[in-house]
Write a protein that binds this ligand. Structure first.
Ligand SMILES: C[S@@+](CC[C@H](N)C(=O)[O-])C[C@H]1O[C@@H](n2cnc3c(N)ncnc32)[C@H](O)[C@@H]1O
Length: 206
């Protein structure tokens, strides 16, 4: 436990106030490997990761103000000093604002599937986003993705598998937060109770 407990204000970062390009490592006072999650929702995954790995730094990006605040409050209550929350569109932020080669892992769990065909262009996993995601990943950085939507997974496979700058690796890797077969995000826990099938894969940047 830190000597002074952090408040939610210590955890939240306003992306509009950061000098560009944004080197995400500069959001922490110490140097440590950095993991980024897009769509953190209530912060369940990041709270567990940050508690279990005080030697690592973590950033969560969440678009919905209600969940962003909820996650930051939770992190403050746990006294976590190795995690930050940002409220923004992770897609736009990564494509236009983040500096090259500054993260060691990117976590994307149950991104909104936008099931209607006319909304498919709103999906996060698209070639332009993947180019930017690879750009901000350090060499050997890990990307892990899970969805419960078969159609979206098919689309992800079409976008990601032809890339020669990524090498597929085991999804299960406790070093990156997989507990057995699970990652224990809010949606995973909810959908597991409903008996849904999960589709997942993980990669290393070559
Ligand atoms: C279906 S939920 C999954 C949440 C969490 N990853 C989980 O597995 O429980 C998707 C979350 O991503 C957020 N989100 C959707 N698009 C986003 C974007 N472009 N940038 C940041 N957050 C986004 C939503 O507000 C929502 O909280």
């Amino acid at each position: 436990m830190p000597l002074t407990m952090p408040t939610a204000a210590d955890i939240t970062v306003d992306p509009l106030k950061l000098p560009e390009p944004v080197d995400l490592r500069a959001l922490f006072e110490r140097e440590a490997p950095l993991e980024l999650e897009i769509g953190s929702h209530k912060g369940t995954f990041l709270v567990r990761r940050a508690k279990e790995h005080p030697e690592l730094n973590f950033i969560g990006i969440e678009w919905a103000n209600k969940y962003y605040q909820y996650a930051a409050d939770r992190m403050a209550r746990w006294g976590l000093t190795n995690v930050r929350m940002m409220r923004c569109d992770g897609r736009h932020f990564i494509i236009h604002q983040v500096a090259d080669a500054c993260i060691d892992a990117l976590h994307i769990y149950h991104p909104d599937p936008w099931p209607k065909k006319r909304h498919h262009k709103r999906r996060l996993i698209q070639p332009e986003f993947m180019d930017a995601a690879l750009r901000i990943m350090k060499p050997n950085a890990r990307l892990s993705i899970q969805t419960d939507h078969a159609g979206y997974f098919e689309h992800m496979q079409e976008v990601i598998l032809p890339r020669t700058d990524l090498q597929q690796v085991d999804f299960v890797d406790e070093a990156y937060g997989t507990v057995g077969d699970d990652i224990k995000t809010n949606f995973e826990i909810k959908y597991e109770r409903e008996g849904r099938t999960f589709y997942r894969f993980a990669f290393r940047k070559r």
